[in-house]
Design a protein around this ligand. Structure first.
Ligand code: ARG
Length: 450
């Protein structure tokens, strides 16, 4: 049913209109729509716009719909224009003509904004929990790798020696910020638009603050036009999702590299990898590849939701119906990616390869700096040694103390010990740097946050 046929419309909707304009993706907001309607009916009762009997009959009917929504027995009809129409139609089936009073002082414009805010507030809470448990998985794996040392990379070239745990925790910090971004977004999502009506409020003595309080929402709208026209809260949710997906995509890319025989940094459990139909030896990291691939469409959702708002005159326009598909797609993708990828990491075993000894070159230069040589000169001296060794097909592995001292007289014989990635890590002293002390501090900090 539509909430507007009859009246000024003599004809039924054309098939083309119906199939083009009706979008059933809002059905997942059924529970939120009913909750919003219960709050609205209660407010109407307190404002004297419904009698006590009418209020209790209406709330009882809505309570029944809430049960149908949660046990899955609610029956949507193809002829319902949207979820709001479905609820009002069903309420009429239960309580009769009294259902016609539910929409008093309300429009689908404030109603749909409310439903989406309620839905996204709950979705954000779930995503925060998932992100935090993902962080725990990374912290557990960081503990499991112990003091294993790997090269850090810049430009995908081996750079410095770091604890493997330090690398895993770098990803954990990104996800901590993603969770914090969702928390911040909830501060702007958790605002009730109910009472804004179609766009200008109402001549009836509604009490928007009472509805908001009933719904457990933190704030009430300040401007009815803003309340029904704005979707920056949706865009912000999609941005939080897109940034999280991009973080998961970067992590996925590394996992894909790491499980190659060239890297050999990780072995995934059979349960979280796939096989090849042709090559019997293959074990493929499809979850990570799909997370990386699916992040593309969530970036697309972000572009679409931002663009959707551009050029819309105030207030509500039907264009805004498109927001739901985008945000639901972004949220579903993130939810699925978090579940699959965290399972893949939780069941993986990480093992450290030896970095090239070249990763200690900066440590050697810092030895010279510690003896008063300007860094630029030290860089030049060590660079010269590297060039000489490379020219002779050698590495830091077998350089001698004599060769070191021949390079510069301030070198001491024991400096040869610096040419060891484990020593490099042990010498690291900076806060947040790649040392085992820093890893221990980070693990305590991360555990206390999640
Ligand atoms: N399905 C619509 C949406 O998602 C609900 C609001 C319709 N409002 C209206 N005035 N036609 O935006």
């Amino acid at each position: 049913m539509t909430l507007w046929s009859g009246g000024r419309f003599a004809d039924d909707p054309a098939e083309e209109l119906w199939s083009f304009t009706v979008d059933h993706s809002d059905r997942r907001m059924l529970g939120d729509d009913v909750a919003g309607s219960i709050a609205h009916a209660s407010m109407l009762g307190r404002a004297g716009l419904l009698t006590a009997d009418e209020t209790s009959a209406m709330v009882a009917g809505l309570d029944q719909i809430a049960i149908e929504a949660s046990d899955g027995s609610f029956n949507f009809l193809d002829s319902d224009e949207d979820v709001h129409s479905s609820v009002e139609r069903r309420l009429g089936e239960i309580i009769g003509d009294l259902a016609g009073k539910l929409h008093t002082g309300r429009s689908r414009n404030d109603q749909v904004a409310l439903d989406l805010r309620l839905y996204l507030k709950r979705a954000a809470a779930t995503r925060i929990i998932q992100l935090e448990s993902f962080v725990q998985v990374l912290v557990d794996q960081a503990e499991a790798v112990g003091d294993a040392v790997v090269p850090s990379y810049t430009h995908l070239q081996q750079a410095q020696a770091v604890p493997f745990a330090h690398h895993l925790l770098a990803h954990a910090w990104m996800l901590v910020r993603d969770a914090a971004r969702f928390t911040d977004a909830v501060g702007r999502i958790d605002v009730s638009p109910l009472g804004a009506g179609a766009s200008g409020g109402s001549s009836l003595s509604l009490d928007p603050a009472a509805s908001a309080e009933n719904l457990g929402m933190a704030k009430v709208f300040d401007n009815s036009m803003d309340a029904v026209a704005s979707r920056d809260f949706v865009a912000e949710f999609v941005w939080c999702s897109a940034q999280s997906m991009v973080h998961l995509s970067r992590l996925s890319e590394e996992l894909i590299l790491w499980c190659s025989s060239e890297f050999g940094w990780v072995t995934f459990s059979d349960a979280f990898t796939t096989g090849s139909s042709a090559m019997p030896q293959k074990k493929n990291p499809d979850i990570a590849e799909l997370v990386r691939g699916k992040s593309a469409a969530v970036i697309g959702d972000l572009t679409a939701i931002v663009t959707l708002q551009k050029g819309l005159p105030l207030t509500y326009n039907r264009d805004l119906q498109e927001d739901k598909r985008l945000v639901f797609h972004a949220d579903d993708t993130l939810a699925g990616s978090l579940a699959a990828l965290s399972g893949m990491i939780a069941t993986a075993s990480f093992h450290a390869p030896s970095p090239d000894v070249w990763v200690t070159a900066l440590d050697l230069a810092e030895v010279l700096v510690g003896r008063g040589i300007p860094f630029r000169t030290a860089h030049h001296i060590v660079g010269g040694l590297v060039a000489d060794l490379v020219a002779h097909g050698r590495t830091f592995d077998n350089v001698t103390s004599e060769e070191l001292i021949a390079c510069h007289e301030v070198f001491k014989p024991e400096d040869i010990n610096c040419l060891d990635p484990a020593v490099s890590v042990a010498a690291r002293v900076t806060r947040g740097g790649g040392s085992m002390e820093s890893v221990a501090t980070q693990i305590v900090a991360l555990r206390s946050r999640v």
